[in-house]
Every structure is written in structure tokens, then in C-alpha cells.
Design a protein around this ligand. Structure first.
Ligand SMILES: [Zn+2]
Length: 282
């Protein structure tokens, strides 16, 4: 079984997670830029973060033979802080870099006018750079948030086929399916989607253009949820080919629209800019 986690925040995870993910079959992932919990106060902190997603984190992933790519953006929550708007000015020079396979995560958090503006600007950037976009849909007031997201996509220059609508659930999947966009489901422990609900959605809506992710981050989450969904699919009667479509070929097709996916992991070097994973000269 080969697994591609299309949305996971490895910055917040340990090296042991990388090891467990590889052992379970994860061979590729996309790490979208997001909110770090502690609010940032300067655009420069974003630049350092983007550099880490393009340098240190792919290096760390390569030690475990996992191909790491990223999606970069000003996230919806922090789009509300006017001090951070200059991030939108530096973003274009990051979007031309090799490891960037999408603009994201963008979208709505509290659905404010500032979020409207950041979303529209970044959908345009995706169109200008020939990149797909990873669009986070709100965790509260989900259907309203999804419909407003669909309006923003429709008004943008980016075709729906280059948009991944993420964090969908039973209340939003129908409208999302009708839009022609790709459908993303984040499977969490305890809350929101779980493996059995995910299998039921796949039975009802099919496997085409559906992606499943762990969205693991600094909160209660599980980087092996992708694998657990794959197992639940097999138990429910889906074939190995269905599992491969949802957990590998669909994410490859979606992010492959960037022209930048590199799924063969290069032999990892001993160090990244002089820093290694070893301690004390091991
Ligand atoms: Zn996320």
C-alpha cells in the first residue's frame, strides 16, 4: 500500500512520526502553511517559516524516504492582522520555487472582509503561477462557509478543477461535488470525520477526485489516519485499486497540476545548511 498524505503539518510533528508514517506506507506528503497557534507579528516570521517548509522539513522527511512538498499562503486566520498583509507581497517570489505545488491553505476562518480580500488575491496568484489551490473550509457554520468559498472560486480566474476544497463533511460534500472541485476530507481522532464516516461518504459519492488527509498538526491528531482509512475501505469491500486511487493517484493528479511533483526521494545528505538530525557528533 502506498500512501500520499495531501495535508499534514509536519513542522508540528516529531521524527518518530516520520518513522511511523514510512513504516505504514506513507511515501509522499504535502505540508500546507498554516497558523502556528502563537500569532505572528511580522511578515519576516512568515519568510523564515516558508524557508523551513522548503529546506529543513524536506530534508527531515528525506531521512525517512518520504517525498515532502509544500503549499504556501497567508492563512485565513492571520489574514485578519493588517501587520501581516505584506506577506502577500513576498509570496509571489516563493511561489516560483520547486518544492511549492499549490497555494494554500487559503479560504475562510471567521468569514471577514479581510479574509475575502486575501482569498481573492491568492486565488489570482494561483492562476498567475499555474498552481492549484488548497482551500480550507471553516470548521464552524460549515455550509455557509462552503457556499461563500464556492462564490469566491467562481469569481476567480482559477478553474474549479484546480481547487481542492478541504475539511469537507456530510453537510458540505454535496455542494462541493457539484462544483467540480476536488474534495478533501480531514480525518481526525474524536471529532469531525472518522474512518467509518469517510467510508460511508466514499460509498455515496464515489472515489473520483476525492482525497483523504490526516491534517495532523499541534492539536489532537493522528498522522496515520490516512492508512487507517485505507484499511477501513478494504474492510468495507473497496478494492486495492480503489484505495490506491484515493490515497495515491488522486493526490498525485491534483498536485501534479503544478508540474512540480518529485516523488523519487533523493539520497538524503548528512546535513542541511550545517544542521543535522544527529546530536553531539553521532
Ligand atoms: Zn491544515
Amino acid at each position: 500500500m502506498r500512501i500520499f498524505d495531501p495535508h499534514i503539518h509536519m513542522t508540528s510533528r516529531t521524527t518518530d512520526d516520520y518513522r511511523a508514517m514510512h513504516a505504514a506506507g506513507v511515501r509522499a506528503l504535502v505540508e500546507p502553511s498554516f497558523w502556528l497557534g502563537q500569532p505572528r507579528t511580522s511578515p519576516d516570521s512568515f519568510c523564515d517559516y516558508f524557508d523551513a517548509l522548503l529546506g529543513w522539513e524536506p530534508f527531515r522527511a528525506a531521512q525517512h524516504r518520504i517525498a515532502h512538498h509544500c503549499a504556501l499562503a497567508l492563512n485565513p486566520k492571520e489574514a485578519n492582522d493588517p501587520r501581516l498583509l505584506p506577506v502577500l507581497e513576498v509570496l509571489p517570489r516563493y511561489l516560483v520555487k520547486d518544492g511549492v505545488v499549490a497555494v494554500g491553505e487559503i479560504g475562510y476562518d471567521a468569514m471577514t472582509p479581510a479574509e475575502d480580500a486575501a482569498l481573492a488575491a491568492q486565488l489570482q496568484m494561483a492562476a498567475d503561477h499555474g498552481l492549484p489551490a488548497l482551500v480550507h473550509t471553516p470548521h464552524r457554520d460549515k455550509l455557509t462557509g462552503l457556499l461563500r468559498t464556492l462564490e469566491a472560486v467562481e469569481e476567480s480566474a482559477l478553474p474549479a478543477g484546480r481547487v481542492l476544497l478541504d475539511h469537507l463533511n456530510e453537510t458540505t460534500v454535496k455542494a462541493a461535488r457539484q462544483s467540480g472541485a476536488w474534495l478533501g476530507f480531514s480525518v481526525y481522532p474524536d471529532t469531525k470525520m472518522d474512518e467509518q464516516r469517510m467510508v460511508a461518504v466514499l460509498k455515496e459519492y464515489g472515489t473520483e477526485q476525492v482525497l483523504v488527509n490526516s491534517a495532523a498538526d499541534w492539536g489532537h491528531s493522528d498522522p496515520l489516519k490516512t492508512v487507517k482509512v485505507a484499511r477501513a475501505m478494504l474492510q468495507a469491500g473497496f478494492s486495492d485499486d480503489d484505495v490506491d486511487l484515493v490515497l495515491w493517484r488522486n493526490p498525485v493528479a491534483f498536485y501534479g497540476q503544478s508540474g512540480r511533483l518529485a516523488l523519487d526521494v533523493a539520497e538524503p545528505g548528512a546535513a542541511h545548511e550545517g544542521n543535522s538530525l544527529a546530536r553531539g557528533g553521532e
